[in-house]
Design a protein around this ligand. Structure first.
Ligand code: ADP
Length: 663
């Protein structure tokens, strides 16, 4: 009970009461000891003095007692009583004979009856002390026997005034109590000052921490108001603070600049512990204010990025898979109001991505890596599809794990890409038109010859055997098929690429490119040879765009061979197209024995509009577009070339299952 009450006291009062109790205990003990020592010592001393007086009287008075000379005896008694200071101490002296009769006394009044016969002694005792009544007071009666030889001839009684002794003791006690009180008062004062010195700063610190905990940083008396702070790092939040940024290791670069006189940090080693505590506390308040300022700034930056960012941003709760926040831009891009969006399942906007996203972040909640997805389909209000690039990363939103999904609408870009690819494709087709015309001419000529023959047979009524008739008809039909094949292949090339991905066997686009070009190339004495692996696994891509890539590579190979031939080479032109696969991926390579590519040209071939061909012959877009398409499917396009020997372009795609696992 007392303990808990004591615990509730302020530090100042604890100090005060502890010191008070200790002082009172010490003072009490000293007072008791002193009283005992002083009073008993004083009483003993006075008794000894009384006894000495009595002995002196006994020695000096023996002779007068024996001679019964009471006058001289009286003189001796007065002598002894009046000597120096004894006047106040010695109340009386009287001498009795051996029969107890009063021989002489110092009373100026008749001898008090009440003293007669008190405190009698025999020769066997040295002295006897007894308190006897004396008028209104009392006295210590010290009786000493007067001896002549071994016989007692009388007794000396010396009465010491008890009132005088009490008076002396009282004075002594008052002096002592005064001294103790002075000590107590001084100690109180000192303890009060000490307690104030310690408790006042502690109370100030308590008040400040209380203010800080309530978010009030400006009331602090310890540090200046924000306008008066002369700290560059405080006003420029990009500037690292030498003190805590360096200590936390957040500053990776050079050591941050430290001002000559740092307004922020004070070394807490100066002064006593209380001053050190105050300095440390001040430093702490500074740090908190600096952190808070930085936090506020970065918070407002992120908030304004979220509010006014050019791209839609959603916050999706990982557990409920519902949107918990969305920025204003989402309303413009997705056509929903914010109220409609909040609470909506993320899968409504993009089912595929939602599935992948929650799997990715649920497998490893602590995964810090952002998940990036390119050109995925999201649905606007009314289920209108659009293409978006998405970056998703895990955060903690109101203590729950959530995903920030930032999307960029790339529908225009995807369409423009497709248009560019289409334009480049049409250009290639344009280039091939002469070859195609020649290609078509052959079956048409054969058909014409067949039909002319049949017309002639009909007009001239010539009889021909059935087999020959059937042969001509079959040949016409074959040539029609051939012509329609050429037209179909051309059509499939000319078709605008579909935007959706599909399963593709690389051998198929290779096949159509070869069928379209091989005959034409023969005119220029360029032979296309294929080595296709029949067990090629599927990749995820678009058939039409892959045709485009292969077309570019094969036409470039042809150009390189033609260029080499123009320089007078006798080597037969050969383009080898090979498909193969391993555990990781599927590849197609286009190898030629053309001019080859010098290193300085090889560095630039993928740059848009880079061409070494004459104006009108090359646009410099073929490889740039092919590279873009290959990267879109997660593939790689590499070159191996030796000037004079030829070039090999290899396109490599991840196998479907490998690509899926990587996502
Ligand atoms: P273009 O064919 O319109 O010039 P490309 O982007 O297809 O544009 O090719 C860029 C350049 O790369 C070509 O101009 C040529 O110099 C070089 N090149 C491409 N393929 C080959 C090849 N098989 N052999 C030699 N040079 C090549």
């Amino acid at each position: 009970m007392i303990r808990s009450k004591f615990a509730q006291l302020s530090l100042k009062n604890k100090f005060f009461f502890s010191i008070l109790i200790v002082i009172l205990l010490i003072s009490g003990t000293i007072a008791l000891l002193a009283r005992w020592i002083l009073i008993s010592g004083l009483t003993q001393e006075l008794e000894m003095r009384g006894t000495a007086i009595a002995h002196s009287v006994a020695t000096r008075g023996t002779e007068y007692i024996l001679e019964n000379d009471t006058d001289h005896l009286l003189n001796v008694l007065f002598d002894e009583k009046q000597l120096n200071e004894r006047r106040n101490l010695v109340a009386y002296i009287y001498v009795t004979g051996k029969d107890g009769k009063i021989l002489s006394h110092t009373f100026t009044t008749p001898f008090p009856e009440r003293l007669k016969g008190v405190n009698s002694v025999t020769e066997k005792v040295e002295k006897s002390v007894e308190v006897v009544p004396l008028g209104e007071h009392e006295a210590y009666d010290i009786a000493v026997p007067i001896k002549e030889g071994i016989y007692q001839i009388g007794t000396v009684h010396v009465g010491l005034s008890k009132a005088h002794i009490d008076n002396l003791v009282g004075k002594l006690r008052a002096m002592f109590l005064g001294f103790i009180s002075a000590v107590i008062i001084i100690t109180f004062w000192v303890s009060h000052r000490l307690a104030k010195y310690i408790a006042d700063p502690v109370m100030t610190l308590t008040k400040i921490s209380d203010d800080l905990s309530r978010g009030n940083f400006s009331s602090s008396d310890l540090v200046d108001t924000e306008e008066h702070i002369e700290c560059p790092a405080f006003h420029d939040t990009d500037l690292p603070c030498w003190h805590f940024d360096e200590q936390r290791g957040t500053n990776k670069g050079a050591r941050p600049h430290r001002c000559k006189k740092c307004a922020f940090y004070h070394e807490p080693s100066d002064g006593d512990e209380v001053q050190q505590l105050t300095t440390s506390f001040r430093n702490m308040v500074w740090s908190i204010r600096l952190y808070r300022r930085r936090l506020q700034e970065s918070e407002s930056t992120y908030r304004s990025l979220f509010r006014s960012g050019p791209d839609p941003i959603f916050v999706v709760d990982v557990h409920t898979q519902k949107l918990v926040d969305a920025n204003p831009r989402t309303e413009e891009v997705y056509g929903y109001t914010r109220d409609e969006l909040v609470g909506m399942r993320y899968s409504v906007l993009g089912e595929e991505h939602a599935k992948e996203c929650f799997e990715y972040f649920n497998n490893d909640v602590l995964c810090a890596e952002a998940m990036k997805s390119a050109r995925i389909v999201h649905l606007r209000k009314g289920n209108i599809p659009m293409y978006v690039n998405v970056t998703a990363c895990l955060i903690s939103y109101r203590t729950r794990p959530a995903i920030i999904v930032a999307t960029t609408d790339v529908t225009d870009l995807v369409e423009k890409d497709a248009q560019l690819i289409q334009a480049s494709k049409m250009k290639s087709l344009g280039e091939m038109s002469t070859g195609v015309a020649h290609e078509l001419n052959q079956p048409l000529n054969a058909i014409r010859m067949g039909s002319d023959f049949l017309t002639m047979v009909h007009e001239q009524g010539i009889e021909i055997p059935q087999e020959q008739y059937a042969q001509v008809v079959t040949e016409i039909s074959t040539q029609v098929d051939r012509a329609s094949d050429i037209i179909n292949t051309l059509r499939s090339f000319g078709r605008k690429a579909d935007l959706l991905l599909e399963d593709v066997n690389l051998n198929e686009p290779v096949g159509s490119v070869v069928s379209l070009l091989s005959r034409q190339f023969l005119i220029e004495d360029v032979h296309i040879v294929t080595e296709l692996d029949p067990a090629l696994p599927y990749i995820t891509a678009q058939h039409n765009k892959l045709q485009q890539v292969l077309l570019n590579l094969v036409i470039n190979a042809r150009d390189a061979i033609v260029e080499r031939n123009e320089k007078g080479s006798e080597v037969r032109g050969r383009i080898l197209i090979r498909t193969e696969y391993d555990d990781e991926g599927v590849s197609v390579s286009v190898e030629d024995n053309g001019t080859g590519i010098p290193d300085h040209v090889a560095e630039k071939v993928f740059e848009p509009f880079f061409t070494t061909k004459a104006t009108g012959q090359g646009m410099g877009l073929g490889l740039a577009i092919s590279y873009g398409i290959v990267r879109e499917y997660g593939g790689e396009l590499s070159i191996q070339s030796a000037v004079g020997d030829g070039t090999c372009f290899t396109v490599r795609f991840p196998r479907q299952e490998v690509a899926l696992a990587a996502n």
